[in-house]
Design a protein around this ligand. Sequence first.
Ligand code: AMP
Length: 191
Amino acid sequence: MRVVFLGPPGSGKGTQAKIAGKRLGLPSFSTGDMLRKAVQAGTPLGRQTRDVMAKGELVPDETVLALIREAAASAEARSGFLLDGFPRTLPQAEGLEKMLSERGQALDAVLNLVVPDEKLVSRLVSRGEGRADDRPETVRERLRVYREKTEPLTGFYQRRGLLVSVDGVGEIPEVAERIARALGPARQGVA
Ligand code: AMP
């Protein structure tokens, strides 16, 4: 099973992708986590992307596509994977589709976590993870980038009949339960 988790920053999609991954026995790949690790480790990739990330902007499509290509080809991804924070632009979504079709694979569902703006900013700022991009002005920029570049993906996936929208407001276990129910049909569709 291959599922994309879509949702604005602060919607809880990272947490929910991890929970769903455990339940389904699938790895969840987060381009944000991969990039933060590269920044911490001071690799060339980390040095290239640090400033862009700190501003709340997007790193180049080819950079994240390469990360996902590698993750999708790994042994742990054999029976599928969940993607958290990727794709974030139309070229990334098209790149993912092409990459999967070359491997004879396709997405089973795109889980769209819906949370209104007013809940997002306060959640992000109070998240307290000490992330460099959780400052209020950066949070606003990340939301703006999300609306402009990432939200159009809902239409892209709707047209492919893959979009499943779930209300992301509520306690973590409650939302996890909604997601489990929403992914049920997609799961049965997999041989
Ligand atoms: P996240 O943890 O998913 O919120 O990602 C943190 C930051 O990493 C983002 O604000 C971007 O700067 C960068 N990033 C993560 N995933 C992507 C992606 N798919 N495309 C471009 N930039 C990304």
